[in-house]
Each structure stands twice: as C-alpha cells, then as structure tokens.
Design a protein around this ligand. Sequence first.
Ligand SMILES: [Zn+2]
Ligand SMILES: [Zn+2]
Length: 336
Amino acid sequence: MLTSSWGALVVTEPGHIKIEQRTELAPNSTEILVKPAAVGVCGTDLEIIDGTIDPNYVNYPVSIGHEWSGTVVSDPSGTFPPGTSIVVEGIVPCWNCQPCHAGNTNVCSNYDEIGFTRDGGASEYVLIPSHQAHRITSGLSLEAATLIEPGAVVYRGLMRTSPIPAARVLIIGDGTIALLSAHLMSLWSPTEIVMLGMSAEQAELARLAGVTRFETNPQTAGGAFDLVVEASGSVQAVPHALKAVHRGGKVLFLGLPPHGATVPLAVDDVVNNDLTLVGSFSYTSDAWTSVVKLFNTGVFHPEFLITHRFPLENWERALEVLRVRKGPRGKVLLLP
Ligand SMILES: [Zn+2]
Ligand SMILES: [Zn+2]
C-alpha cells in the first residue's frame, strides 16, 4: 500500500495534459504495484494527447505510457519479489472471447490496453493486472526493455509473412518501427536490407539496426524484393511498395496512415504478380512472450535505438522532440 503523494502524466481530456498529484494505491490479490523505470513515447501517444485517436481505443482521463519497464514494489501473490525487473504487456486480453481462444489476443473482442483504456507507465507508480508482467533478466537495461513493446508489434507482423532465410528486404520508413523491422529481420539472415527513409540523418541508426543500404530516393532503392515492409504510415508509399516487390513476394503493412486515407489499387497486378498483402495490428500475447525471450537472451538488443532521455517532469520537451525531428532520432524516453 502506497500512501505518499506521487505524480502521473495524465491526459485529462483531448488537448489537455499535465502532471497530476495522486495518492494511495493498493494492489488486490490479482494486481502488482510497479515503479516504472523508463517509458518510451511514440506517435500514438501524440494521438491520445491530441484526441485524434479513434475514440474507441481510449478512456480519458488516462496517464499515457504503453512502452515501459519497471520494478515490482509489491505483488500480493508472491510471484514477483520486490525489486524484480519487469516489462508490462500492454493489451489486457479477456481470454474469454473467440479471438483470445484462438490466440489472437491483439484483436480481443473486449479491447483493454494499459496506457489507453487504463493508466500507463508515465507515472511514478502504477497498478497492473499481475498476468501482464514479464520478468526481465536482472542486469539487463530497463531502458532498452521499453522497446519490447514496439519490438512485439514488428515481430508479430514479420511472423505473419512467414519469413524465409536469405531474403532481399525493403523497409519503407525510418522511425522506430522501421528500424526495429531491420533489427528483427536479422533473425532470418537476409542477404540485403534496404531502407527507404525520409531523412539522411537516420542513416547511422539504420546502419546500427542492420540496414545494408540506406536510400531517400525511391528510384535508387531498387526493386524485385522478396518482402517489402511499409513502416512509414504514408499512403504515398503504397504504390511504391507494390512496385518494389518481386512477383510472388509479400508486402507487410505496419505503418498507420491517417484514418480513412485511401489509394487506388491495380488489382490485376496483385493477381498477376501473385502478391501477398498483409496487415498486422499490434501484437499477440505469444509474440510478446517471444520478444521477451529474445531480449532476455540478448538476441534482441535494441538499446542502440535510444537517442533521447528526459526526466518525467520534462515531458513537454520530450513531446517537442517527438513532434519535430531535428537531427537523428530513435526512441524518446521519459524517466519517471
Ligand atoms: Zn507506441
Ligand atoms: Zn478476448
């Protein structure tokens, strides 16, 4: 039981965000009290703050933070001793609906997600359902562990394309999801990973992620790729993605364009070129578990991606960096 006063970064309603002082948190027998260590912020947080997110996916007021790690303060069930390093799986599956029974917890019929419909990690303390906690090997970076969430998003998407070894891969975009796509694609030893980015300033981060060639011009990026990952969220990229993929190849859509944005589609090309077009939403519980394992064994080591760190009270500066990219930018962290 926590009774002293502590701060949480709360979006009280669309367009209004502030540090709120709170008191009292006591976990019941199915909850854990966690002290967040690091919280990644991303474009989705901006949508929650601005109110541009689909209202079905958020409950205001809410403290943001869905990419986060921390240490256990108290766990009444005794599973996690105080001080245990954990990451917190965001989507809370109901385990009762048909999609959950089929393992598709990402499309659970009773949507509930930490940092969206219930308080997230941008806070000095948070209560979480105990089954959302995953243990992190002690000594591993809790800052790097924040990237398990976007890593799970990417991993789940890649798994849906049934990746093959020695593939030629094009990744469109140069943000966190694009860079993590390159990093995780190395699990399948691709012969080439080309990144078609927006800004040459991201080239060094791309190299660290395992990109073999960084381009900003679609003409020089080349074609005949086995897999194209669209991670820019721009509909303008879609025609290029369909042109750059080899006959028989796959296009994975991970980027999220503005709601309702459309593109013309030459359906005959999709048929004649034997294309597989795959969309992937968020992550399943299975994908999360796999990425935690990859992290704990050092196979997934995304710390290279962290470029900005701010104390929680400097949240305004963090959001500024997120809104306007100046210089190389990987993951922006808040440190409660
Ligand atoms: Zn995010
Ligand atoms: Zn469900």
